[in-house]
Design a protein around this ligand. Structure first.
Ligand code: 0RA
Length: 653
């Protein structure tokens, strides 16, 4: 769409201003281009597309309730109390506008110059994409006194019910029901937890909107997320297991074009920083100008307060990172569509330059004032910053000493269990943490000696969530792991010293294996979080089946399968007379099989572990690491495929 056209559409919305660009075929041919993946995250993306539209309505002041119902047949309904999708006849195309919107891509025209929309980023390719990837798609609209109904099947290709009027109403709103097409997706099983968390997150951000969810597959209970305290409540829940130094601090200014809300809290027993930012209620995972503006203002306000009140030690100002240890902050901006700009690899980095000064000026004023008015809070915050500053200075000194004295980098002993890689190119080296000595033995044989190191783990690691750092250090598994990685831990963790480019957890594909994964991830989350943030922690996915013909040791043909779909394909590929071997553990594979399926770069499958949702992480840790073993077992059994992280083929070196 040309700039001129776009302007015209943005300036005045009417039912003619929809720009028809292309049909839906392309979406079915290349679904990943529109929704990222056809695995579980892509499936849920279909729901976010619809919810985003409902949220946009609420954001612009139309409706304060959004409901989602997951049905027994695998379909899902999203309803809102917005204006309703326009149903009048489109003058140029001579068909109902709703039909046009649901069957064409990039239909513009929805937003006027001052509209705030969730659709600025990855989202907003629109309801039509959901239609294109659905077995059926059904919309009921209340608008202009009428109730309208339209229905599509087969990815929007069959209009099985042209727009009809089915009644009169004084209400307004849209109700959409659709069922994802099983021919497109690897799974069509909506995950209650994933949808629940997304809605809860939205409810934190849209203080005045009810988000109601019902899962008819389980029961008829409705949960209603509604947070009067919005972001402050979000922070309180994220930090509920930590020692907060105060209640969350909250500032907002919604009187300007760029509307800003910021909530923050420091915790004394935390040295990580958690920054969550949003633009028009869509997470900006890669940060951007709003986060930069916040960081600048925070450092400036704290340094000035500390200087004025003579709280600095040796007159050294704080560095930016000193003032963010143990800080949780949520920044939420609403920006009109006209000035939104996204950048970055996944278009989730805010580029709008106006946002930097807007956030920085706003937050500097508010926070400086707050520090002056709340003495105890200011003293506690600065105490925490002094501690971080001191630790940073000590760590730097120690590093310098190591360098000048040529002392070894590690005080902890190197384990004799570790089987090292030959290469000294740390970026290319991989550390496999392997469950059990026997699988460890196989892995030692199977590995690429040049780049792959093996560290076998005996038994289950401790749950670091419930023990002190001293106890963690006394544990041999963990002290070995820290020494092996070679970059320290906790506040002194220095990722530049890490001896591996990838750290890969390799366990059996059973409940115990999943538990070990979680325990190790808990360790990394608490003591080496930068490794997770940098995407260096992985889980290896071993195949579930081998389909082969002939002798088990010397098959004439064999295929490995990672899931049931692949198993079906595998049976066909191998042909009549096939045998199926179901792997229950890594130990059942010989070294060659282990190498070819799970360790070799171009054939293995790895899951990269990421923290997309800190709330989800906290909840998971509570379920998985808490005291209720029944709840834990149930969760692990239901979620053993780690569905919230996306499978991807390992990139080739
Ligand atoms: C196009 C234009 C307008 C609203 C919508 C679409 C709309 C779409 C969805 C999808 C789910 N719920 C929705 N609610 C609204 C603006 C209509 C106007 O200006 O009156």
């Amino acid at each position: 769409m040309s700039e001129v056209n776009k302007k015209k559409i943005l300036d005045d919305y009417n039912e003619d201003s929809i720009q028809v660009l292309e049909g839906l075929e392309g979406v079915r041919v290349r679904p990943a281009m529109y929704i990222g993946t056809t695995a579980s995250p892509g499936l849920h993306h279909l729901v976010w597309e619809i919810i985003d539209n409902s949220v946009d309505e609420a954001l612009n002041g139309y409706g304060n309730k959004i409901s989602v119902v997951i049905h027994k047949d695998g379909s899902i309904t999203v309803s809102d109390e917005g204006r309703g999708i326009p149903c009048g006849i489109h003058k140029k195309e001579k068909i109902p506008t709703i039909q046009l919107l649901l069957t064409t891509l990039h239909s513009g025209g929805k937003f006027n110059a001052n509209a705030y929309t969730a659709s600025g980023g990855l989202h907003g390719v629109g309801s039509s994409v959901t239609n294109a990837l659905s077995e059926f798609f059904d919309a009921v609209v209340c608008r202009d006194g009428k109730i309208y109904h339209i229905r599509f099947e087969d990815g929007g290709r069959k209009l099985v019910q042209p727009l009809e009027i089915i009644g009169n109403t004084t209400k307004h709103g849209t109700t959409i029901t659709f069922k994802p097409d099983k021919r497109i997706f690897q799974t069509i099983d909506f995950k209650y937890d994933v949808i629940k968390n997304h809605m809860q997150e939205s409810a934190f951000l849209l203080q005045n909107v009810h988000f109601c969810l019902k899962d008819e597959r389980i029961n008829n209970e409705v949960i209603d997320f509604y947070y009067k305290d919005g972001l402050s409540e979000y922070i309180r829940i994220i930090n509920q297991n930590k020692k907060a130094i105060s209640e969350p601090v909250y500032f907002e200014d919604v009187s300007n074009l760029i509307k800003i809300k910021i909530a923050l809290q420091y915790c004394s027993d935390d040295y990580n920083e958690t920054i969550l930012s949003y633009v028009n209620n869509v997470r900006t995972k890669e940060g951007g100008t709003h986060e930069s503006g916040f960081k600048i203002a925070l450092t400036k306000a704290i340094n000035e307060y500390a200087e004025e009140n003579k709280l600095l030690k040796y007159k050294q100002r704080f560095e930016s990172s000193d003032v963010r240890e143990g800080l949780t902050v949520i920044i939420s901006l609403n920006i009109p569509a006209t000035i939104i700009q996204f950048e970055g690899q996944t278009k989730t980095k805010l580029g709008t330059s106006e946002a930097l000064n807007a956030v920085s000026n706003f937050f500097y004023d508010k926070f400086s004032h707050y520090l002056n008015e709340n003495k105890q809070f200011a003293i506690d915050v600065i105490g925490k910053c002094l501690q971080s500053q001191n630790e940073r200075i000590q760590a730097r000194k120690a590093k310098e000493e190591v360098r000048t004295n040529k002392k070894t980098r590690n005080e902890l002993p190197m384990s004799n269990k570790l089987c090292q890689a030959q290469s000294k190119n740390y970026k290319l080296n991989e550390l496999f943490i392997v469950e059990g000595d026997s699988a460890g033995g196989s892995a030692k044989t199977a590995r690429d000696h040049m780049y792959q190191a093996i560290l076998p783990l005996r038994g289950k690691p401790l749950n670091v969530d419930s023990i002190s750092t001293e106890r963690m250090l006394k544990n041999e598994e963990f002290s070995t792991l820290i020494a092996t990685i070679g970059a320290g831990f906790g506040a002194n963790f220095d990722i530049s010293n890490c001896k591996y480019g990838k750290i890969i957890i390799m366990t059996d594909a059973d409940t115990d294996g999943a538990h070990i994964q979680t325990l190790l991830l808990t360790f990394f989350y608490h003591y080496m979080r930068p490794l997770i943030n940098e995407g260096m922690i992985y889980v290896a996915v071993s195949p579930l089946y081998r389909v082969f013909k002939g002798d088990t040791k010397n098959p004439t043909k064999e295929v490995y399968c990672w899931n049931n779909d692949e198993l079906e394909k595998g049976k066909k590929e191998v042909g009549p007379g096939y045998h199926i071997q179901r792997y229950k553990g890594l130990g059942e594979m010989d070294p060659i099989q282990l190498r070819n399926t799970t360790m070799k770069k171009d054939t293995r499958q790895l899951i990269r572990v990421t923290i997309d949702d800190p709330l989800l992480v906290e909840q998971r840790i509570r379920i998985l690491m808490g005291n209720d073993s029944n709840e834990r077992r149930k969760w692990v059994e239901e979620n053993i495929d780690f569905n919230e992280v996306d499978n991807f083929k390992d990139e080739v070196r």
